[in-house]
Structures are given as C-alpha cells and as structure tokens.
Design a protein around this ligand. Structure first.
Ligand code: PNS
Length: 171
C-alpha cells in the first residue's frame, strides 16, 4: 500500500446518487487525499440506471472535487480496495437500522483484508431518512425529488418517469 497517499473507496449502488451520498463524498474527500467512488455491479439487483448513467451522474456531481474519481466495481470490494492501494472503505450510517448490515459487512471485509479499515461517517440529520429506493418510488409516482437529489439527478429522474415535463438541463 502507498503510505504517502491516503486513499479511500466509497462503494455503493448509487441508483441514483442522492444528496446524502454527495454529503458523504464531500466530507470523505476532505478526510482523505484521494477518494474513489466505486459503483458496484450487483447481478442480484435490477437497477433503474445503467452503470454508465450512474457514473455520469456521479461525475457531474463531483466536478468541484478534484481528488474524487468515479469507478465501477466488479467482484469483491476488498480486492478492489487492495488493487487501488486504498487504506479505507467509507460508508455512511443513517440510523440504527443501518448498523446491523454495515457491521456484518465491515466485519467480513476485515476478515478478508485486515489492512483495509472501514470508516463510518454519520449522515447529516437532514438526510437521515433518505434512500435511493424512496427517491425512485417518489419519482415513479410523480412526486418532486428536487430536495433529495442533485439537480442533474432530478433531471434524469424526470426524463425517465415524466419525459414530457423534463425539458433541458442546464447546470
Ligand atoms: O449502496 P449499497 O447497495 O448499500 O452498497 C452495497 C455494497 C456495494 C457496498 C456491497 O454490496 C458490496 O460491497 N459489494 C461488492 C461485493 C462484495 O465485496 N461483497 C461482500 C461484502 S461483505
């Protein structure tokens, strides 16, 4: 592992990225020299957005963060982290209900790669209720999602669920 550069991986499905994800990305980017946002390929899930679409949305959201890059993650997260020379995995914790799953994952990852630590950031209170699944549900049912996702993501959701109202997106 490169001891000079403190590099971390922030993995997730990001289907789609929310303001909660962006908050974690911005804070992790301040804590580490480099942050790789890794979009996981999950054959068990049928995502709304393709990997390419999710990568594009995340890149658009991170243009102001020069030490953040977006990648796709196939296979084991810890192997990806090792190959990237990362010393940490970053995850956001919203509520106690997240803890069980996150604890299991962090413990398994530590067994597999003890040198890659998991670092939890508490989600800001205003995003504690937020999830990609809920955002998709609201958008699918015609609700406004502008308070929950970055503007470029809100535009993509409108294009997907209500193309007649989407118009053009100007960042
Ligand atoms: O945003 P999500 O869906 O909660 O992210 C879950 C993710 C991508 C972090 C998890 O499924 C993952 O790490 N996938 C990569 C495959 C892997 O390493 N699985 C073992 C984890 S213990």
């Amino acid at each position: 592992m490169d001891n000079q550069v403190r590099r971390a991986v922030y993995p997730g499905s990001f289907d789609p990225p929310t303001l909660g994800h962006l908050d974690i990305i911005q804070r992790a980017a301040q804590l580490f020299d480099e942050l790789i946002v890794a979009i996981a390929v999950n054959s068990q899930k049928q995502p709304l957005f393709s990997l390419e679409e999710r990568a594009e949305m995340l890149r658009e959201c991170c243009t102001h963060l020069p030490n953040v890059r977006v990648a796709t993650l196939e296979g084991l997260l810890v192997r990806f982290a090792q190959q990237a020379g990362a010393c940490a995995i970053v995850r956001g914790l919203r509520a106690v209900s997240d803890f069980e799953y996150e604890f299991q994952m962090a413990t398994m990852n530590r067994q597999l790669a003890p040198e890659v630590d998991t670092c939890f950031l508490m989600t800001h209170q205003q995003f504690a209720f937020l999830s990609s699944s809920m955002v998709k549900e609201v958008a699918r049912l015609g609700g406004a999602v502008d308070a929950f996702v970055p503007p470029n993501v809100a535009h993509r959701l409108r294009q997907r669920f209500a193309p007649e109202t989407a118009g053009n997106f100007h960042p």
